[in-house]
Ligand binder design. Sequence first.
Ligand code: PEP
Ligand code: MG
Length: 580
Amino acid sequence: MAQNSNVVLKGVAASAGIVIGKAFLLEDDDFCLIERQLPRHVRAAELKRLEDALEKTRAEFRTAHDKINEVLGENYAKIADVHLLILDDPVMKNDVSKLINDGVNAEFAVYKVLDKIIASFDAMKDEYFRERKQDIQDVSKKIINNLLGKEKRTLASLNDDSIVIAHNLTPADTVAIREKFVKGFATDIGGKTSHTAIVAQGLEIPAVVGLKNISAQVKNGETVIVDGNKGEVILKPSEEIIEKYKKECTLQAERVKELAKLKDLPAETSDGHKVAILANIDNPHDMSSVNKNGAGGIGLYRSEFLFFNRNNMPSENEHYQNYGKVAKAAPDKEVVIRTIDLGGDKLAGMGLFDMQKEQNPFMGLRAIRLCLRYPEIFIDQLKGILRASSANKNIKIMYPMISGLGELREANKILEKVKASLRAEKVKFNEDIEVGVMIEVPSAAVIVEEIAKEVDFISIGTNDLIQYTLAVDRVNENVAHLYDPLHPAILRLIKNIIDAGHSAGIKVAMCGEMAGDPDFTVVLLGLGLDEFSVSAPQIPKVKKVIRSVSFADSKAAAEEMLKCRDKEGIAKAMKKIKND
Ligand code: PEP
Ligand code: MG
């Protein structure tokens, strides 16, 4: 057996399934460097590793020099020589070597020495020195890249056998991955309800996030196993382990086949209580998976994905075409288009907004707040939705991140203005189009009785409701263990929201990830949830649970859970549900 085989890295299970493939390391500017203390006997080898990385970097700079010389001439090529001068600076090399001799790993030693020099440039205002700082940063990045075995790679060079390994993938990167048919991915950072994880589920590719430093531990081309069910990645798997996982993959495929038989059966309990299971999508491409899994409609279309990976805003016509396409693919079924929820973890990768980097983007100018700040963008989208609703009466509008009645009324005022302008232009739309809101901000959950009186439906966005109520960042792997959908505070909030909706005579849906986790199906059913909106592959799993229980038992289970005061009580009640 190879040395150090079967290294198991534990992270957060972001998207179910198992995949075995070759690692494709995506270069990232944000290194995830860790300081490691090296035992004495490996320090000489570490110095050799540094030598090799310096030599490789030197060769790269020389090639750059020659290329520039060829195209632009010697004067320009001298600029590239600055990098070589920094690289060959004896003081820098001595300092790095000294740290390695003291037991610091090479990557961290390079980072430490060069970062100190870079910091000293911060105090200088002179443009010349600012440029030199950038040069040093470039050199530092190159050496560290070579030490980590990272090559300059982009998504364009991906092939369909790859498992993407990255420090981070933005939701925009994940969309690009869609086009490349990647088999799976694993990242250093992220939580279960980060948008990157959600997109992976929609794509039906196994993913594990929050692995902390996988991007520093894997080399390009190495075989890795991503176990999206357990939230584990296995590096350097032995033949035996590969065989074991291959068998598990076969079993998994059989389970999926078995679940597919539920496609046309209703989501109905054994005592005849019916609920609806809809799908969450972020792209019209998802519609094939939606129909394959027998969704009762679209409970959440994350329309912000229309804004990714481009440098211009989508036009009103583009909105119109896009929503029409989705609605036509689900005829006679409701299609809830959520107006854009940009901001939070969804601005990265976008060059569209000239927005300052925010300290707390999840609490910043996001979703409806952004739309009310930039009404032109909102108006274009609303016009597109309304126009599409003329031929597709199944379309509904939903506002995200509503925190109180003020925002709801302000958004509705803009909607009414848009309707008036369309009427004036004699453009047809569905005059009875339904408008709902997401309940995902705790303030909205507390005053939900008031909100429910002014909308046609509500949908609980647990991804955000949990993060804001428990003060647990949904993309931060360090607090992922605190992200608890069954926290007594969350269960009680959900119960209040459902009751308030029903008192107002409107339906209550849930479109956060909690709705798609079969472990929570019984309790949500018992709390009286009308619609589960989940990522398409989860539909049969949730349906299977619904069809296997009675509504009476679910209600009793939910009542018992609501009485629980703490985690221990909840765990006990959950165990009982599972064993029943
Ligand atoms: C939610 O917050 O639960 C939700 C469905 O919206 P998003 O995940 O897009 O923030
Ligand atoms: Mg949300």
